[in-house]
Structures are given as structure tokens and as C-alpha cells.
Write a protein that binds this ligand. Sequence first.
Ligand SMILES: NC(=O)c1ccc[n+]([C@@H]2O[C@H](COP(=O)([O-])OP(=O)(O)OC[C@H]3O[C@@H](n4cnc5c(N)ncnc54)[C@H](O)[C@@H]3O)[C@@H](O)[C@H]2O)c1
Ligand SMILES: [Zn+2]
Length: 374
Amino acid sequence: MMVYPLFNGLSAMKSISIKFKEPRQKGYQVLIQAGQISRIQASLKHLHPGASAFVISSPRVYGLWGKALKGFPKHLVPDGEQHKNFAEFHKALKALAAFGRGADRKPLVVALGGGVIGDLAGFVAASYKRGVPFVQVPTTLLSMVDSSVGGKLGIDFDTPQGRIKNLVGAFYQPSAVLIDPAVLKTLPQRELAAGLAEVVKTAVLFDRPLFGRLEASVPALLKGDARLLEPVIAACVAHKAKTVMKDEFDLRGARALLNLGHTFGHAVEAASKFKLLHGEAVAFGLCCAVDLSARLGLADPELMRVEDLLLRLGLPTSLKALPMKAVMAALSQDKKFEKGMRFVVPKRLGLSVLLPLPPKHKALVEAIFKARFR
Ligand SMILES: NC(=O)c1ccc[n+]([C@@H]2O[C@H](COP(=O)([O-])OP(=O)(O)OC[C@H]3O[C@@H](n4cnc5c(N)ncnc54)[C@H](O)[C@@H]3O)[C@@H](O)[C@H]2O)c1
Ligand SMILES: [Zn+2]
């Protein structure tokens, strides 16, 4: 990680580079600095001289932070996961095509918003003219530490079995990610806490010292203190970047580790009909992953600290009972459990492993859910 000196009274800028082995695949930088949104127009000019920017955002985020991108054409997608769908993808593409009509040059798509906007706008950029450059400007904690980095994009899609999350999408890397932790001051508390669940996940996976720092600063974390969050976000991005560089297309198992808590989490997220926020479901899922590790006799006792920290962050570690049939159906979509399933199992802080569980362990997994339902 590079740290650049103070500039314009802003804190030092941290820069994390992402590079790929494939020579045609250009790398990019993730730039993290509180306050940088105020000079985003200059940053875009510097990154893409002469490019015509096209902003995709949501009414809420654009209303709060869009001033910095005034003057650029924009398309707003209504807020909420339910709008990460094909109809909104189509509308955004149509708006971009209308803007780009007759122009030879490729437009630059700027995604200003949380993970919903980043995933949808990125997929628009990946699809239009077989790919135009795009810059991620994530505005939720979750999108800063997770979804904006790594190039996974897409939309939810309706099937005869119902809507499936992220069913249609692409791997397509942004040309830069600009993270301004100061924008978190307008983020609702519940969304901030949900993002902190992914931060805890990253610390459990890769970074014992970070876990200790989180334990020592719960009140400041819950206030969304940008000065404290800046290095925390940088640490999480650095871990995600390292993982993505090892396994860009999610083929080698490295990226699969990022699913710690997510197999259990996705199941309750879907069974709650998405009333639980993704990060809340992940918090619950992290506790289940620790339980699984304990029941398999693999857990170091220090993993008890995970549930304590999540509780102090106000995240759910137990839930009002959800229908077990729906939970297990969501867990083993396409009957995956009948052939066995892979789980990420933490052994101690900073070390997790990918473990295939044979079908006979289905009852064990069910028991783990049940024990955490009230
Ligand atoms: N591509 C990936 O690798 C990846 C990884 C994880 C999650 N995701 C996706 O990310 C999405 C979830 O993202 P999210 O948690 O950021 O939710 P989100 O994008 O829905 O944002 C949550 C809410 O916060 C509001 N908001 C955003 N920034 C704000 C700000 N600064 N101030 C005030 N309000 C603000 C939004 O308008 C929205 O209502 C899901 O669709 C998930 O599938 C993708
Ligand atoms: Zn997640």
C-alpha cells in the first residue's frame, strides 16, 4: 500500500494497486481518502483525460453527494435491491446509448452509490459497446470494503423458481475505485453496522491485529468516524485485493474464502425474504460458521470473541425462528447438499479453511441454524 503526503488539507491518500498476470488485463488503483469527493472531477480528468463521464446513481445518494459531479449527464436508478433488475439495467443502458449516440469515443461510466448501484452500473459498463471504462465511487461501507473491488458485477433475475440474486452478470474490472470515507456520515446506522459485519468477516479471515483494533474501537466505529474508518477500510481493501489478484475469476478457491459466513448468511437472508440486510445475515452466518467449526472440533476458543464483537456492534447473532424448510431450500439451492457442500470454516482468528461437507452433515447444519433461532 502506498501512502501519499497531505494534499489540500485532506488526510494522506492511501493507494492500493490491483494487478493481474494476464497482460491484456489492465490493473487499477483503489484510492482511499476522506474528503476526496470534493475534487472528484479533477481525479476523473486525471484518470481519463478527455473522456465524457456519465454518472449512474440513486436519487438518495445523488441528492446527498451528487453535487460533486454536477455538470455531468446522469441516470438515476431507484434505491433498493429490488431495483437491481433487468428492467432498470435496460433503462440505464438506453440512457447511456442515448448519451453516446453518434459519439466515436467511449463514455466513462461513473457509479456513485452502494453495492446495488455499483453492481448494476458496472454491468451496464461491461455490456455497452462490449465494455467501456468505469469508475466505482462506493458510498456505503459494504461497497467500500467489498463489492466495489474485484470486478464482480450483475443483476438479480426472475426465473420460474423466483428471483435469484446476481444470476446474470460479468467479471469486468473498473478502471479505478475512489473511496471517500467521509460520505459515510450520511449513511443510516443500520447500513453502517451491516457494512461492519463484512469488516469483521475480513478480520476473522485474514487479520488478527485488525480484529483486536475493531474490539478496541466499537463506539467510534458505530459513529462512522471517518478518521478511524479510513485505515480499517484500507486494510480490508488490501486483503480483498490480494485475494482477487490470486483468483480473478473465482476458480482457484482463494476467492471462495471470502464467502466465510455467507453460505449460512445467504440462506437466512433469502428465507427472511430479504428483510434482513445482507450484512446482518452475514453476522448471523459468521456465528454459524464458528459453531460449525466448534462442532467439528476445529475451533480455537478465541473464536468466541467473534460473537461478542458482533453483539457489541448491534448485529444479530440469533434470529426469530425462520421456517426451516425455506432456510434449507435456500441453503442448498439446486439440491447442492445432496452432493455435499463446501463451507468456509474458521479455525482461529486469521485462519480459515475451505471444507467440503458430505450430505450426511445436513442434519448438523440444520441443528446449527436451530440453535440460533429464538
Ligand atoms: N460485486 C460484489 O462483489 C458484491 C459483493 C458484496 C455485495 N454485493 C452487492 O451489493 C449490494 C448491497 O450493497 P449495499 O449494502 O451497499 O446496499 P445498497 O446499495 O442498497 O445501499 C443501501 C442503502 O444506503 C443508501 N446509501 C448509499 N450510500 C449512502 C450514503 N453515503 N448516505 C446515505 N445513504 C446512502 C442507498 O440509497 C440504499 O438505500 C447487493 O446487491 C449485493 O449483492 C456485491
Ligand atoms: Zn457479503
